[in-house]
Design a protein around this ligand. Structure first.
Ligand SMILES: CC(C)(COP(=O)(O)OP(=O)(O)OC[C@H]1O[C@@H](n2cnc3c(N)ncnc32)[C@H](O)[C@@H]1OP(=O)(O)O)[C@@H](O)C(=O)NCCC(=O)NCCS
Length: 379
């Protein structure tokens, strides 16, 4: 195919740079397909282990397959001593958990596993241990060893809090992790594919992807969506608060999406998960407030931004689910990463199979024909 520099697309918008069987986000219809399953069919039913297996093997696992897969992950959860030492050093400086995760993840090459599959399992198994270990160290608490009896999701909550979560909490976290496991060629996934396409290794690809996910335009927005709900405090204050924000030209966090021009399907799945979680806990007041804020926001956005069809996005209910699980807002993006790593790794395997280096072109807009001047005579 011949391309010219006239084909320049800022931000690569609309450029198809990969083929994938992993996920498809249809922004016009508001649909997300994960390895052939509509999100709504899969997210609230599968365990995270089943969803990862599906992405990595392109079929749902049998009972024996998922048992073996979960056991393999479980065995790899403990961190090498060097990783724990690094996290201790980093905790002394109180860096944000996402930076600590990035640094901790970079040590996962220390073990040099035999195969790429082993390396993939090691990364997936250890990211939650890194986050939980760091979180506890930062708060002056002893890290908690993984519990081999617990699933990936339940064990993450256990390592953070020291309490075994009840079934509804584990289900809510599984649903969240499944909902954000993959989302087409987003920035972090593209980053992972670019790195692996150079025949670099999976740890490097995941570390690069973590760097991309860290940015507020990608993975860093759920905190502010929840802050807004808390600041509003009661449903009768929502309209005045939201109008004031829109009058100042500010954006309502948790609404609008670059891809979805109708409602983000992940918002619905997570809204149901949040409703069940808060009901089970016996207090739905925050959920009810969030729903009231959501409805008022959609109504006002239609007035202030007519024709834009600005709807609720994934971040709004992510915040509610993760808060309902007792997670601090600083843990929201690292928890997103724990799930999305499964998608990054699946994309890396897909990309490797193509054997193709990713190397776009650029259009040169700089000076031409400059002449060298010795430093003594430069102005
Ligand atoms: C996600 C987001 C960056 C997508 O933006 P986009 O598709 O590039 O849309 P644009 O930035 O071109 O905005 C289109 C118009 O809608 C407005 N708009 C978009 N999202 C808005 C929001 N959440 N609140 C208020 N106005 C919004 C813009 O101000 C713009 O209005 P204008 O044409 O009058 O200037 C944007 O919707 C946003 O900033 N949302 C809030 C942050 C958020 O929730 N991020 C998490 C995303 S998962």
């Amino acid at each position: 195919m011949t391309t010219t520099t006239n084909d320049f697309r800022p931000g690569l918008e609309g450029v198809v740079a990969a083929e994938t069987r992993l996920s498809h986000a249809d922004g016009q219809r508001g649909e997300l397909v994960i390895a052939g399953f509509p999100l709504e069919e899969l997210a609230g039913r599968a365990t995270f282990e089943e969803a990862v297996y599906l992405l990595w093997h392109d079929h749902l696992p049998t009972k024996d397959e998922v048992t073996g897969f979960a056991a393999d992950l479980c065995a790899l959860r403990p961190l090498p001593e060097a990783t724990v030492h690094l996290l201790q050093e980093v905790a002394a400086k109180s860096v944000p958990p996402m930076d600590a995760l990035l640094m901790g993840a970079a040590t996962l090459n220390l073990d040099s596993p035999a195969t790429a599959e082993q390396q993939a399992l090691t990364i997936l198994a250890r990211l939650p241990t890194i986050v939980a270990t760091y979180w506890r160290l930062c708060h002056g608490q002893e890290p908690i060893a993984a519990d081999p009896e617990l699933s990936h999701a339940a064990n993450y909550l256990y390592m953070l809090t020291g309490e075994t979560p009840h079934a509804a909490q584990t289900r809510a976290l599984d649903t969240y992790l499944n909902t954000v496991i993959d989302h087409g060629l987003n920035a972090s996934t593209f980053t992972a594919r670019v790195i692996i396409a150079t025949e670099s290794d999976l740890v490097s690809a995941v570390v690069g992807a973590l760097g991309a996910l860290k940015g507020p335009l990608h993975g860093g927005a759920p905190g502010p969506a929840l802050d807004m709900v808390f600041e509003i405090g009661s449903a009768d204050r929502a309209e005045a608060y939201l109008r004031a924000k829109l009058d100042r030209g500010e954006r309502l966090m948790g609404f609008g999406h670059r891809v979805y021009k109708v409602r983000d399907p992940r918002a619905d799945v997570l809204s149901v998960a949040a409703e069940k979680l808060f009901q089970e806990a016996g207090d739905s007041s925050l959920y009810d407030l969030a729903k009231a804020v959501e409805q008022k926001s959609i109504d006002l956005l239609a007035v202030y931004k007519p024709g834009r069809n600005l709807q609720t996005n994934v971040e709004f209910f992510t915040a509610l689910v993760l808060h309902g699980l007792g997670l601090d807002t600083d843990l929201f993006t690292p928890t997103f990463a724990i799930s999305r790593a499964a998608g990054w790794i699946a994309h890396c395997f897909e990309q490797k199979a193509t054997g193709r280096l990713i190397r776009p072109s650029s259009r040169y807009i700089g000076e031409m024909d400059r002449e060298w001047q010795p430093v003594e005579i430069r102005d």
